[in-house]
Design a protein around this ligand. Structure first.
Ligand code: ACO
Length: 331
């Protein structure tokens, strides 16, 4: 999908939730054969948050949503739609979006989940901007929420060092503060499903004693393949932005990339000739939180005063599917 429209839709409020429990690199040293000296230089990660035993994705999503609604000054009952981007839902069904709707008391909102792995938030944001612009909805709550620790194999040192749990939320509505949704370029390539996959538990390999013994309900990643594909696509998205939008990267106040790996982001910026200081990074403290990473980072940037109303912000995402997205907004 490829659109370029000037839509008077803005992010009215933001919120995030990080669970209290923290897993550091030195904690991981006691679980698998690894070290902070290996993890930090290769990923940029020092620690990540993990949800409590009695928490699930919808709890984190609801907490982030409450803050976003409060900051937007929007009542839950005034929401027309809730979309939760997640690849780690509470259940296959009912949708996590429906659980969030009930927890918030958003009785007038249609609610559902959207699965596009690490690109989920930018896909959901684009859907929301479209339905508001076409007057199908007025107030839409977009959430990225992931309980990745529940699908992480803590005996596999190649993957368990990467992931954390979190939720981030944004309330979208017709612009009142001069914000706008400027450009979206979203894409997918489903030809290589195995590079990032949770092989079992779905219709292809339903849960069985064997699938559990093979640990196939955990995420499997081909790190090098994902790394190369992510760098190539993110470089292309950065390099083509000016010709596609007429907006130069000098005019963009901040790029908020999906926090996948500091080296993926560094390489893409370097190859596209973009100053790395434009990138907002918090991966050292949160790890890779898939669809939650962009709204969590943006909430933090706004809270710290690094982003203000009127600033141009570029979201960049790449993840399982494979999927990717580049979304330019005026905050
Ligand atoms: N600690 C110590 N040694 C390790 C660890 C570890 N945690 N993990 C791997 N190694 C070892 C391997 O066993 C291997 O040793 P060997 O050569 O003796 O077999 C060596 O280090 C190199 O392993 P690679 O897997 O090739 O390591 P690489 O340099 O590619 O780094 C990493 C791995 C960090 C996962 C990297 O590939 C990466 O970040 N990939 C992309 C991230 C990703 O897949 N994210 C998934 C979500 S999608 C997204 O967010 C974009």
């Amino acid at each position: 999908m490829h659109t370029q429209q000037r839509l008077a839709v803005e992010i009215a409020g933001l919120g995030s939730y990080l669970p209290e429990r923290i897993l550091t690199n030195s904690d991981l040293e006691k679980m698998v054969d690894t070290s902070d000296e290996w993890i930090f230089p290769r990923t940029g990660i020092r620690e990540r948050h993990l949800l409590a035993d009695d928490e699930a994705t919808s709890d984190m999503a609801t907490a982030a949503a409450r803050t976003a609604l409060e900051s937007a000054g929007t009542a839950a009952a005034d929401l027309d739609a809730i979309v939760v981007a997640t690849c780690t839902p509470d259940y296959f069904f009912p949708a996590t979006g429906c659980l969030v709707q009930a927890a918030l008391g958003a009785e007038n909102a249609m609610s559902f989940d959207l699965e596009a792995a690490c690109s989920g938030f930018v896909f959901a944001l684009t859907w929301a901007a479209g339905v508001i612009a076409s007057r199908l909805a007025h107030n839409v709550l977009v959430i990225g929420a992931e309980a990745l620790s529940r699908f992480t194999d803590y005996t596999d040192r190649r993957s368990c060092i990467l992931f954390g749990d979190a939720a981030g939320a944004a309330v979208l509505r017709p612009a009142q503060n001069g914000g706008e949704f400027i450009y979206a370029e979203l894409g997918s390539d489903g030809s290589r499903p195995n590079v990032l996959i949770t092989p079992a538990g779905g219709a292809r390999a339903p849960a069985s004693h064997d699938t559990v013994e093979r640990r196939d309900h955990y995420m499997k990643i081909q790190g090098r393949e994902v790394f190369k594909a992510a760098v190539n696509k993110l470089t292309e998205l950065l390099a083509t932005l000016p010709e596609r939008t007429g907006v130069s990267l000098d005019e963009v106040k901040m790029v908020i990339p999906h926090q996948s790996n500091v080296r993926i982001i560094n390489s893409a910026f370097q190859r596209a000739g973009v100053d790395l200081s434009k990138a907002y990074m918090n991966i050292d403290r949160v790890g890779n939180t898939s669809s939650a990473s962009i709204p969590v980072a943006m909430t933090e940037a706004v809270e710290r005063g690094a982003l203000e109303r009127g600033d141009l912000v570029l979201f960049l995402a790449f993840g399982g599917g494979l999927t990717w997205g580049s979304v330019l907004i005026r905050y």
